[in-house]
Design a protein around this ligand. Structure first.
Ligand code: GLC
Length: 440
């Protein structure tokens, strides 16, 4: 009864409204309401976020999701970052990006790039030029070499996210007990290793990355520099692999295996295998990147609190070579969302984002200021010195043919280290093949 009364009232009011406004106005109002619904309400209700896909090496995925993607998505609800987990080795990730680009249907919007990839990717036309998105003043706080690594023929194709430099880790407890200062030369490293091994203080002396992969090239650059040699001069394209210094560098590495300072399995190790071995307490010295520091000092590490980090050893009269590593982010030429992709890069390379990552993981920032940041120095006291090491680090040749040049070096170096051939023969072939590559 009540309902019928209410319905009657509604009908009367509607009639009154129609009489007052007239049919055309009522139709116009209905159309306007429909348009508002279709173009404003409906899209807002059904809008899908923009998804940006990026591939990276497996060990980095977890901290990326936790420390970068999560807070970015909270700040930008319309954008989702989809991180795909690649293999561990940097060059295998490079292969995956390359094949996706060559096949022409790259699913990647953001490209997570090693410091040596940008020239190749830019030369192939796979990346957007970011020069007009960032001013010189905005680039100024970043390490010069990291920025340089992203330039190609006047364009900027990669924003530096984190830097890297190869270092020597050593057991300060074992050295102190035996009365040794940390070594400066290759010879001192060998001598301390042998002595401590003989005393039974450690099973192995020196652990390094000897597998045939990009890490082998990075490690070798440091030994080569320590003997005063060079790989490729990027200005003149001269190749130094068949010079006596390169042979001395290989002889040194081989001697560590022959003398039992390094296990013969070292020629199959990547960064992670060497870290685990060192972390178990089995070795006196380790060549690796700074990410090892917090892991080797964690509660579950047998060497927590017993280690120090220093620049690599060298031959008398030469200087330490740290290989410049590091990662940055670029935007794929084929992305449908360049604006959102830039927004993400801008966020991930900010000071706060980098501080969070450095404190949590020990990875090296690409912003100079963070090396003396009080919070960071309180956690990693070697950071101010690390800045000098990174700033004077040796670049792998920044040439468009880098990936092929590295592949040639890796193959011949690996053959020499595993005694398939002599260092002289291996480096003669590597040098000739590299010269042919650079002439093409
Ligand atoms: C680290 C470095 C990178 C290098 C790689 C080799 O990730 O940052 O530059 O190419 O190690 O394994």
């Amino acid at each position: 009864m009540e309902n019928i009364k209410q319905l009657g009232g509604l009908q009367r009011r509607l009639k009154l409204l129609i009489r007052r406004l007239g049919i055309p106005q009522i139709v116009a109002i209905c159309i306007a309401l429909l348009l508002v619904f279709q173009f404003l309400v409906l899209p807002a209700l059904t809008q899908q976020p923009v998804v940006l896909t990026m591939l990276m090496n497996a060990p980095e995925v977890e901290y990326w999701n936790e420390l970068l993607v999560k807070p970015f998505e909270e700040e930008n609800p319309g954008i989702r970052i989809n991180i795909l987990e690649g293999p561990n080795a940097a060059d295998l990730v490079e292969n995956l990006y390359t094949s996706a680009f060559i096949l022409g249907d790259s699913p990647y919007d953001l490209i997570y790039m090693d410091v040596i990839w940008a020239p190749k990717f830019a030369a192939a036309g796979w990346l957007l030029d970011l020069s007009d998105k960032v001013t010189d003043q905005e680039l100024q706080p970043f390490l010069d070499k990291d920025v340089e690594g992203g330039r190609y023929e006047g364009g900027l194709y990669r924003m530096p996210f984190r830097s890297d430099a190869g270092m020597l880790y050593y057991r300060k407890d074992l050295l102190a007990e035996a009365g040794y200062q940390p070594p400066e030369t290759f010879q001192e490293l060998v001598q301390i290793s042998q002595d401590l091994q003989q005393k039974g203080a450690a099973t192995w002396g020196y652990i390094w990355q000897g597998r045939q992969y990009e890490g082998l090239a990075a490690m070798f650059v440091e030994i080569l520099e320590g003997f005063g040699g060079f790989w490729v001069n990027p200005e003149t394209l001269e190749v130094g692999l068949d010079q006596p210094e390169a042979i001395e560098a290989i002889d040194f590495l081989r001697s560590t295996i022959e003398k039992g300072i390094s296990p013969s399995g070292v020629t199959t190790y990547q960064e992670e295998e060497t870290r685990r071995l060192f972390q178990s307490g089995a070795a006196v010295f380790l060549r690796n990147w700074p990410y090892v520091w917090p892991l080797a000092n964690a509660d579950d590490s047998a060497v927590a609190g017993k280690i120090e980090i220093k620049p690599m050893v060298h031959a008398p009269g030469q200087s330490s070579g740290a290989c410049l590593g590091g990662w940055g982010i670029g935007i794929s030429q084929t992305t449908a969302h360049p604006e959102e992709a830039w927004k993400a890069i801008e966020y991930f390379t900010r000071e706060e984002a980098q501080r969070r990552v450095v404190l949590e993981t020990g990875y090296v920032p690409s912003r100079r200021k963070l090396f003396t940041d009080p919070q960071i120095v309180a956690k990693y006291n070697y950071y101010p010195d690390l800045l000098d090491v990174v700033e004077s680090a040796v670049l792998r040749p920044p040439i468009a043919q880098y990936v092929q040049a590295s592949d040639i070096l890796q193959r011949y170096l690996s053959a020499a280290l595993t005694e398939i051939t002599t260092p002289e023969k291996a480096m003669q072939s590597a040098a000739n093949e590299t010269r042919r590559l650079l002439k093409r």
